[in-house]
Design a protein around this ligand. Sequence first.
Ligand code: KIV
Ligand code: ZN
Length: 389
Amino acid sequence: MSENKIHIFDTTLRDGEQVPGCKLNTNEKIEIALKLEELGVDIIEAGFPISSPGDFASVEAVAKIIKNATVCGLTRAVQKDIEVAAEALKHAVRPRIHTGIGSSDIHIKYKFNCSREEILERAAKATKIARNLVDDVEFFCEDAGRADNAFLARLVETVIASGATVVNIPDTTGYCLPHEYGAKIAYLKNNVPNIDKAIISCHCHDDLGLSTANSISGIINGARQIECTINGLGERAGNTSLEEVVMIIQQHKEMGFYTNINSKLLNPISHLVSETMRMPVQANKAIVGANAFSHSSGIHQDGFLKADITYEIINPVEVGAEESKIVLTARSGRSALAHRFHKLGYQYTKADIDVLYDQFLKVADSKKEVMEDDLNELASAYGKKEAVV
Ligand code: KIV
Ligand code: ZN
């Protein structure tokens, strides 16, 4: 396996599904899981089997149907959770148990009310139990973003020695700055003697809008797995958005990384997830938002119409989006107006456009967007150069 492959671990069906109102039934999970597999994700976290009988059934159904991706189930560092997860995953071609425990002093004191030493013991025990049931065990060090790096290194060393194949370093509360999160990963690379026996995973939350930047900083510093969700869905402000990290890796080839994702399927799966999880995507969302490839100001439109690379770094075809749009508003210029008339079949000269532009601005000032019907009305009032189609 290449050292520069970034494994994409999708947790839309687990962390994403934790969003209030986004709960999925088994059929919905199966439908999304099949699309995730087609998209090319390496790991699908299908759910938290012990959390409810319904989620157990969903993880089991996903495990049965998915053939190429690894199917993963979440557990606490508790024997019963781990056994139930193994049962739900028993039909998976590639099962993974994702177990873990809090690693920051805040979690150790307030959630577990125990000592650091006890955390190490519980972590080792849970990892060994999981490793006796499946070959692939990922260990999450919850709240690693706020954990003491020296203790985190001991925890990571312990779980790798106990059989963990992947170590997840979550910035659970979305607190870290990118350089800080990157330094944490570098610290683990440099201070955990057995770190080469496991893959380091980034799992970042977006409370400060830094989850994507933190995940990229993580891989630059040695992590080789990113945990993310479609449309960035997830607890509170959400998780790292899959489409963003994948396109950063694809656009910035100089970093030398690659993923297995077919980027042309990003917009179709974004729509499917948004509809199924009843969660609209904000219009200005990178890659998959309705305005991601829309140009509305005159300066941008003029440049874009001369050469698309002036204002677009991604061709919408690359991410399965509709073609770029020239939206007409009161901030649009003559070249955009001429372009839109031309698309409707009107062949106007520059002099015609000069006259029509004044009429257009009157309409544009009275509404948010000038639509096709408005242009047809302007053309018919102008009474010249009828549509040629
Ligand atoms: O954010 C987090 O720490 C998690 C863990 C359960 C992996 O979601
Ligand atoms: Zn999370």
